[in-house]
Write a protein that binds this ligand. Structure first.
Ligand SMILES: *Cc1c(COP(=O)(O)O)cnc(C)c1O
Length: 396
């Protein structure tokens, strides 16, 4: 296993063990200079000329290709833009259009709420008997019936880290004649993904988690190459038009993946993301995965040895666990605040999940042990039992 540790590439504040890169990745050191360059040399100097001269208009596809490389997508099959919720909506709507005789969207109760909310919104808008059906994660396989138009799942459960078997479920979906949409929010940059092999029609994901693109970084959408000229984008904005600068009165989708663009791309965020993607050059996702599992196994072993107050909420089998470990604790919110106060940053997911992300580019075994020592101290001495830690912030 090649060593993937590259701490020097990131800014991690002194005294912090950052176990929340699954929620918001830390800043790679190259980013501020790149963003400053985009602002000072491009925006300030080129003004509107930047769209052509600085290649701003091509950034959604250029950065899409860089993201695509990490998830086994062919060049020209991924494009960046909007936020993940919007891309979920787009993929889902396009998938439904491909199966006009069917009315069911199948998902699971472990999916991230926004994905389900977007599906509810779409169903409410269509008003043609569409239905969002959610089943328990381990019941998905049995629920893929021949009334299902689209199966929409997130590969790695945001709460527990439990993983779906992407290839098998996609095969079952296709055997039932349905379309597959995978959400890779907790997969891209976390675990090896091979979209070409998975053969799903659509995949979407965000880039501010394991890809370190910064708060509000744009999302990505993948369309299987054989469908890219026929998939209907649903959100028919001018920059997904065949010839936006013809200013036609009617929409005609662009060729290929460009049709999944909607409006003006977030150039500053794309510059930050493009710069952040450089940390993956020469890094194998298999090596990242192996290192992540090592850190997770160490963490579970040490927590279970030293912190009996916590109960493992993630699968024990590392082959079906993404790149995070979650523990249950009744006072999980307060306990996480106490940890954060002591430099161990994870997060809390209601009702009682303490979530810790593992990102081997900037975490090592020493960090894991240091974190467990703090967790032990907080639990053994009930340091969480403090009124200040019980007031919930807007973001948990
Ligand atoms: C993080 C996450 C989101 C967030 O969507 P945004 O539109 O980027 O806020 C959506 N779905 C899943 C599965 C996620 O993990």
């Amino acid at each position: 296993m090649a060593n993937v540790l590259n701490k020097e590439a990131f800014i991690i504040p002194e005294g912090v063990v950052y176990l929340d890169g699954n929620s918001l990745g830390p800043m790679p050191k190259t980013v501020p200079e790149r963003v400053a360059g985009t602002m000072n040399d491009e925006w300030a100097q080129m003004l509107i000329g930047g769209w052509n001269k600085a290649g701003w208009m091509a950034m959604p596809s250029d950065v899409g290709d860089a993201v695509g490389q990490l998830i086994g997508a062919a060049s020209g099959s991924v494009v960046m833009g909007d936020t993940l919720s919007v891309k979920v909506y787009q993929a889902l709507a396009a998938g439904l259009k491909m199966r006009p005789d069917r009315r069911v969207i199948l998902s699971d109760t472990g999916n991230f709420p926004s994905d389900l909310y977007m599906a509810e919104g779409l169903v409410g808008l269509l008003q043609q008997g569409y239905e969002l059906r959610t089943v328990a994660p381990d019941e998905v396989a049995d629920a893929i019936g021949d009334d299902v138009a689209v199966v929409m799942l997130t590969e790695v459960d945001y709460r527990t880290g439990r993983m779906h078997d992407m290839k098998t479920i996609t095969e079952m979906t296709h055997a039932a004649g349905a379309v597959m949409v995978w959400d890779l929010a907790h997969s891209a940059g976390a675990i090896p993904v091979d979209l070409a092999a998975a053969n799903c029609e659509f995949a979407v994901g965000c880039t501010y988690k394991y890809l370190n693109g910064g708060p509000g970084a744009p999302a990505f959408i993948y369309v299987r190459p054989d469908l890219a000229d026929s998939a209907e984008p649903a959100l028919s904005g001018w920059l997904g038009h065949h010839s936006p600068f013809d200013f036609d009165l009617h929409y005609k989708p662009a060729k290929g993946i460009e049709r999944m663009r909607v409006g003006t791309p977030p150039v500053l965020q794309l510059a930050a993301l493009q710069s952040a993607m450089a940390v993956w050059e020469g890094v194998s996702m298999q090596d990242v995965r192996a290192a992540s599992i090592e850190l997770q196994e160490q963490f579970i072993e040490e927590v279970e040895r030293d912190v009996p107050q916590l109960t493992l909420a993630s699968p024990r089998d590392s082959t079906v666990r993404g790149s995070q470990v979650s523990f249950r604790f009744e006072h999980g919110y307060a306990a996480m605040q106490a940890l954060i106060d002591r430099g161990v940053i994870g997060d809390f997911r209601a009702p009682e999940i303490m979530r810790f992300g593992f990102t081997p580019l900037y975490l090592d075994a020493g960090d894991v042990s240091a974190a467990v020592r703090v967790i032990k101290d907080v639990m053994e001495n009930a340091l969480w039992d403090d009124e200040n830690y019980k007031v919930r912030s807007r973001v948990t």
